[in-house]
Design a protein around this ligand. Sequence first.
Ligand code: 0X9
Ligand code: ZN
Length: 748
Amino acid sequence: MPRPTRRILTLATVLCFLAAATVRGEERVDYTNHKLVRVVTQSPADLDRIRAAGGEVLDCMPGPGPVDVRFAPGDVGNLAKLGLDYKIVVSDLGPATTRHLARAAGLGPFDDYMPLADIESYIEGLAAQRPDLCEVFSIGNSLEGRPIKVLHITGPTGGDKPGVFYHGLQHAREWITGPVVMYIANHLVSNYDTDPCVHSLVDRGHVYLAPCVNPDGYTYTWTNNRLWRKNRRNNGGGVYGVDLNRNWGFGWGGEGASSSPSEETYRGTGPFSEPETTVLSNFMAAHTEIRAYMDYHSYSQLLLWPFGYTSTQAPQPDRTTFYNLGIEMQALIDSVHGQYYEAGPIYTTIYPASGGSVDWAYGDQGIFAFTIELRPQDFFPGFELPAEEIIPTCEENLAAIMALTEWAFNDLDLAESPGQLSETPPGTDLPFSVDVTAKYGSIVPGSVKLHYRYDSTSPFAEVVMSNVIDDTYGAYMPATNCEAKPEYYFSAMSSTGQVVNEPCGAPNDVHTWVVSSSQTAFYTETFDTDPGWTTQGDWAYGAPTGGGGEHGFTDPGHAYTGTNIYGYNLNGDYTNNLSQRHLISTPIDCTGREGVALDYYRWLGVEQAQYDHAKISVSTDGNNWTTIWQNTGEVTDSSWFHHVIDISAIADGEPTVYLRWTMGTTDTGWRYCGWNIDDVKLTAINCTTAKGDWNGDAQIDATDLRAFPPCVHGPETLVDGGCGVFDFDDNATVDLQDYAAFQQAIAN
Ligand code: 0X9
Ligand code: ZN
């Protein structure tokens, strides 16, 4: 099913700036025993009646149909008198608004939300842990005089380096945004020594992270009003707060911002009227190395880029860059926990909003600026995302922000060309290609290189890649045999002097290549004669008769090949209330086999997996079984189906391998035709390379001779590289004793 467009939902949820009580806000707001009620309205007049009964309509565009309403305890009694259908969704809104009292001790940093002091201690703790990589400093003070703290992370290498700036909590109630920034900090610091890509990123640039840029507002959400959004400017008349994300000086005062101090989107008295936006913009303007920016918000799962003040988009080529980065991040987020974040420019994807930080960062400073609205998708739970979702939200967003950071820190973009092969047969050259584009400077001619080796213990060889077409560069790695385990990476140099590797952790992280011939059968059982396998229950050897089919289809009327098969009840359906009944093969010898796969034909009928079961398992001793396949839904084959299952993890190299097909258990109703199986094979990678045939081309000649000296002078002991073909005397070392035999082989 294609993804539904979330546009309408989004507008309905995010536009809603919640309770009027949250706007003025000096008093302590506590919703203990207030109820969230879903009331089904018939007409606009019903909305007025709900309000008259004391209900606060929370939907932004309430129409006829279900509407979310908050009722104070004293007003709940009025609900029944309205004569409308309703359901109490949350019986006590109190815990969410008073939860700051409840943070348990002994929790991990991402197990629950943290007050400001703990957030600051957390980043200061990281800096204390790795003073060689980190420092925490204040970039200036908030209105009430709280420091706005930034964690600066970079490796010890000097020189001019690019930077990125990511922050949370510009909007005070959007609590999930703080942990997301802290999580990025922890990832970079904790994995610097162990993850080659993190190490190289941290060395190559400045990462500036500020978990909380609105410390006054955030403090207020813990002490007074969980749903406070703005800063704490006293606007007079008992009205507080400027929406910091309407106060930035690019397109200030335009659409989607309010001039009214009591509104949630109040823009302030002028651009940068607030110390928080002034301090942040001064910091960004001073740090001209900053290339990318992320302003985390919540909620509604959106990934946004400029502009917010106008429907006009960024000019080319930046528009395409925003789009490409945006959809790459969107895909990465989706890949972690399957969460969909809609992506697009602010104005058209969420709503017009002027005076936002990303408009200024890009429009004024030329920084590639994004804003992500984090989880959840919907109004409920809205800003009060449950603590259990902190870590998943952090995880999915880490993937995206790492990609943005890598993009920002690389002067060149290198991407292995799409449609790349990763497997070739022996005896053919291995083709590689990479797309290289310059973002800063230009590509140094002749600097695009393929680095390769035939096994993980040899040094890398390098070849200059030639420009094939447009941005694509290609090169070949000379053919090898299928004992080789090729590894490779790409590199290129920018005229700025920066060398960029792909993958980013190279040479410690590399791509691999498989040299292999196709799978070939080493065991074949066509059931033309009775193989004498063990059968239980109604498992039988013989000719199928096309019976059964109470549900699904009947049994087959004929074998896949020949006359006979194994089937569970050759003449009809399996029975109800069945316990497990097995068909077990005789042992099969897989000694010396690699990449073993089960390859057979099936005709199976079985009910959905919560009712009836069919499975296949494998054993190396006939006692301990590993399931390799089971039905996950209803299966209704109406013809012979070719079924191939990789069993290499269990079967490779094993002297006795047993195969087992199981019928059952089944429940009390609905019978299907069950298992029918024919033409069972085990296949393995066919890789026999003659001794001396280095490149696997079936000739032993001068080409192979060239590879001999590195194999002798290279690693002493052969692990699994391609040099094994020169080990004529099989003593696990290629040496001069082998040379005589090799010369003999060339001569023949
Ligand atoms: O309205 C906002 O400021 C953001 N949504 S939120 O619900 N978190 O308040 C959207 C920000 C869009 N960005 C800019 N206008 N720069
Ligand atoms: Zn926000």
